[in-house]
Structures are given as structure tokens and as C-alpha cells.
Design a protein around this ligand. Structure first.
Ligand SMILES: *[C@@H]1O[C@H](CO)[C@@H](O)[C@H](O)[C@H]1NC(C)=O
Ligand SMILES: *[C@@H]1O[C@H](CO)[C@@H](O)[C@H](O)[C@H]1NC(C)=O
Ligand SMILES: *[C@@H]1O[C@H](CO)[C@@H](O)[C@H](O)[C@H]1NC(C)=O
Ligand SMILES: [Zn+2]
Ligand SMILES: [Zn+2]
Length: 443
């Protein structure tokens, strides 16, 4: 028996048991929630509405912490739906509330920011802002979360708790998630779910894994100083170009010689600035790069060794070095680690929405995702939502100027968001009396 079928069977058994124990058969509602939501999301009043919203946002991309019009569009749709919200939360963020307004709270999240790049796709709804583009699908993420909001609002009276809608700014390097958390608005949230659309996964399928999923990432920059002079009289200079070159070679020995080969890590130097003439030894060289790892321990180990090696290896060549980890401008992203219990829950819910054969495992990915900040403080689950329809076209990767979204994916994302949140609230609502032992007495 495969583990997916196993956990589904267990979940069904649990539902039967809870139904039996509960005074009100609320879990009957929960199973109908799930089967109903995808059909609802595919209806034109939800599906076409999401497409319109996504295209409007696509035409007007805004960078991290500048999502003012995107935020206003979201608030205007929430007002039309009669959904209350808090704003501004973390500059442009919007936090919506559906349900009783009381515990349990379960959050679903979308990011809103675009990228600093020129769209090269020629279509009716191409970006109208030169040099900015929604090339990571965050426009679609916003539309799907609004789709989920619309569906959930229509079932508000059946939700014994509160769904918290998180529209966050600045996912692309700005750590908008951290800014939202710092406001305390998610303090009492019991679980949070997030998704990213994926170009290489078939439409109607999802992929994820339990435990570490996306890498943690950080950046570093170092200035290596020597003493400039004439290239033909090296004995009067201290050459920072040679020192920086040795630093870079030594940095490559961290992963090859010090890290566990089974614990994937990366150190890449992507920046090397120094000198400008053929016959001059410059005063200093600036190098910079990124490092990635799947656990906080490995990540902090890399950070420490990068600093030691840059300073130590520069000293071998008589140079001084200063190292900065740019924590203000480019905060560290922790690894994205999926909660093990939520993995089982996700598989059973996604299985009933999509069919269990559409719920796939995924490899770990070396990219990073700021959803990780939520997961450091709230049990959280992140998954990839497929959008490839191979019979139509192959889609480019995120961050390509040719990136396109298959809008047929929107109803799947909306239905999954809505089902994951609503069913989890039902589940928590059910568990409370069991924990209190009220029903144990009846046994
Ligand atoms: C969280 O719960 C505590 C205790 O019930 C309450 O004082 C606080 O206001 C709540 N915070 C939020 C953001 O709802
Ligand atoms: C390195 O720093 C020391 C102490 O500040 C200084 O004396 C020395 O000149 C510096 N060397 C270079 C190459 O900048
Ligand atoms: C893929 O696109 C074709 C043509 O538009 C469509 O008939 C088919 O239903 C799509 N596949 C899925 C899984 O939606
Ligand atoms: Zn991105
Ligand atoms: Zn993204």
C-alpha cells in the first residue's frame, strides 16, 4: 500500500470516527466542501472574474513595497464581496477575514509583487509599465486568493472559525512575509497554506514534499583591499586581484570539502569588480555572491566559513577584507520546511479536490521562497500548482521575459486554497472537544 493511500484511509477513518463522536455531524459538510469547491471555482462568475483580475494586475506590475494600486484593487474587490480587512499591514499588505472572527484562525497567502524586467510576450494584456513585469505569477496568486475568498464568503455560515487572507508585499527578496509577521496580525493563526504556480507540472496536478522543500538563501559582499600601483613593479604593490582570485577558489572548497555531500548546499560568487586598466594594479576588489542550504544549521555554518575564508585567505596575500551579509537590503530567507502533519492533511484534501493520482511528490528545490518566514513561527505548508497543458504549449520558467501563465490553472488554485482553509478549521473545531475530553467520557 502506498503511503498516500494509507494516510487517506486513515483520514477517512478519522472522519467517520469524528462524525460518530460529534453531536453535530459537521464533517459531512467538510467532505462536501471539498468536492463542491472546484466546481464552484470553474463557474464563469468565479473563473472569468479571476482571469479579469489577474490581467488587470498583469498590465500594471508593481515592485516590492510599491504594490499600492494592486493593494487598492484587492481592497476594492474585498469591499464588493463584503469581506472585512486590515490595511496597511507591512506597507501595502492587506489581511482579510472570513467567518466568525474568532478562533480557530487559518491563513492562506498570496504574494503581490512584480519583477524589474521587461516583458517580451506580445499579447493584449502585456505589461504597460516599461521595465517591470509579473514574471513569477504573483498576479495569478492574488487572483486565486480572491477566488478562494469569493467561494468561502458564500459558505461563511458553515465555517466555525476564521479564514485569514494574507495578501503580502515584496516576496522577491524583500521579505514581505517577515514584515507581515512583525505586525503581530497573524499571532493566533493555527496553520498557514501557500502555493506557487509551476510551469513544468501538468495542469490539475500539485507537487510538494514533507520537510525541507526550498533552500534557505543569503547574500554576501566583500571588499578586499591591497595597495595599487604599476603593473610592471608588483613588488611595490599588494595585489587584491590575486587575493580575490584565491578567495574565490577557497570558497569553492567549503561545499566540496566541508559539507555533507548528502546535504545539498551552494556557494556561488556572481560578482567580481576590480581594476580597469591593463597596466595598473588596483587598490581594491569587490566580490559578492549567494549561498544556499536546506537547514538553519548548514546555513549558519556556511555563513561563518564564508566570512572566515574571505578574511583569512585575503590575509595570506597581505590584503585586508571586510565582509557584509547585506541583512538590511537582502535579508536571509530561511529554508522552506513543510510541517509533517500538514503534509498528510494536504495530501488527503488535495486528493479529494483533484483525485489522489494528481497529488505528486517533489524534489527539493535550490530556489528560495519567503513563505519560509511564516513556517518558522506557524505550522505551514507550501505546494506547487501545475499549469502546463502540453497539448497547447510549453511554458517558460518564472523570471523569464517570456513567462506566461495558463489561466486554466486559476480555478484549481482557488479551490485548493478554499478547501485547505475551510476543512482545517473544521478539523480544529472538531479536535477541541476531543482534547478537552468531553467525548472521552461518553466512550
Ligand atoms: C491573540 O489572542 C490573544 C489572547 O486571546 C489576544 O489577546 C490577542 O489580541 C490576539 N491577537 C490577535 C492578533 O488576534
Ligand atoms: C590592513 O589593516 C591594517 C590595520 O588597520 C593596516 O595597518 C594595513 O595597512 C592594512 N593593509 C592594507 C593592505 O590595506
Ligand atoms: C488542454 O487544452 C486543451 C485545448 O484547449 C483542452 O481541450 C484540454 O481540456 C486542456 N487540458 C486540461 C487538463 O484542462
Ligand atoms: Zn520569483
Ligand atoms: Zn514567485
Amino acid at each position: 500500500m502506498n503511503p498516500i493511500m494509507g494516510s487517506l484511509k486513515y483520514f477517512n477513518l478519522l472522519m467517520v470516527l469524528l462524525n460518530f463522536l460529534a453531536t453535530k455531524p459537521i464533517f459531512t459538510k467538510s467532505s462536501s466542501f471539498t468536492s463542491k469547491f472546484l466546481d464552484l471555482a470553474k463557474e464563469p462568475n468565479v473563473a472569468d472574474w479571476m482571469v479579469d483580475i489577474r490581467r488587470k494586475i498583469h498590465e500594471n506590475p508593481e515592485l516590492g513595497y510599491e504594490e499600492f494600486e494592486t493593494s487598492e484593487l484587492i481592497r476594492s474587490e474585498l469591499r464588493k464581496l463584503g469581506i472585512s480587512y486590515k490595511h496597511p499591514v507591512g506597507v501595502t499588505g492587506v489581511i482579510g477575514f472570513i467567518g466568525t472572527g474568532t478562533s480557530p484562525f487559518v491563513a492562506i497567502r498570496a504574494d503581490m509583487d512584480a519583477l524589474l524586467m521587461q516583458e517580451l510576450v506580445e499579447w493584449e494584456h502585456k505589461s504597460k509599465v516599461p521595465g517591470k513585469m509579473h514574471a513569477c505569477g504573483h498576479d495569478a496568486h492574488v487572483a486565486m486568493l480572491l477566488g478562494a475568498a469569493k467561494i468561502l464568503k458564500a459558505h461563511e455560515k458553515d465555517i466555525p472559525g476564521t479564514v485569514v487572507l494574507v495578501f503580502q508585499p515584496a516576496e522577491e527578496g524583500g521579505a514581505g512575509a517577515k514584515k507581515i509577521l512583525d505586525t503581530g496580525v497573524l499571532d493566533n493563526v493555527s496553520a498557514i497554506f501557500g502555493l506557487h504556480i509551476a510551469n513544468k507540472i501538468p495542469l490539475g496536478e500539485v507537487a510538494s514534499r514533507s520537510g525541507p522543500f526550498f533552500a534557505g538563501s543569503g547574500f554576501f559582499e566583500a571588499i578586499i583591499s591591497g595597495k595599487g600601483g604599476h603593473a610592471a613593479i608588483p613588488q611595490h604593490s599588494i595585489d587584491p586581484i590575486l587575493a580575490a582570485s584565491n578567495v574565490i577558489v577557497s570558497l569553492q572548497h567549503i561545499v566540496s570539502r566541508e559539507s555533507d555531500p548528502l546535504d545539498s548546499q551552494v556557494v556561488t560568487v556572481g560578482k567580481f569588480h576590480g581594476g580597469g586598466a591593463f597596466n595598473v594594479i588596483p587598490d581594491s576588489v569587490t566580490i559578492g555572491g549567494t549561498f544556499r542550504a536546506f537547514s538553519k544549521e548548514s546555513f549558519m555554518q556556511l555563513r561563518q566559513r564564508i566570512e572566515q575564508i574571505i578574511i583569512g585567505q585575503a590575509a595570506v596575500q597581505r590584503c585586508n577584507a571586510t565582509v557584509s551579509f547585506l541583512e538590511e537590503e537582502k535579508p536571509f530567507f530561511p529554508p522552506t520546511v513543510n510541517n509533517g502533519d500538514l503534509h498528510g492533511y494536504f495530501q488527503s484534501v488535495a486528493g479529494s479536490v483533484l483525485g489522489i493520482n494528481k497529488v505528486k511528490g517533489s524534489q527539493q528545490l535550490m530556489g528560495s521562497e519567503d513563505f519560509a518566514f511564516y513556517q518558522e513561527v506557524i505550522p505551514g505548508y507550501f505546494f506547487l500548482l501545475g499549469m502546463e497543458n502540453a497539448s497547447v504549449e510549453r511554458l517558460e520558467s518564472p523570471h523569464s521575459p517570456y513567462f506566461k501563465v495558463n489561466e486554466d490553472a486559476l480555478p484549481y488554485g482557488a479551490a485548493l486554497h478554499a478547501s485547505l482553509a475551510a476543512n482545517y478549521i473544521l478539523k480544529l473545531h472538531q479536535e477541541v472537544p476531543v482534547v478537552e475530553g468531553k467525548y472521552n467520557d461518553e466512550l
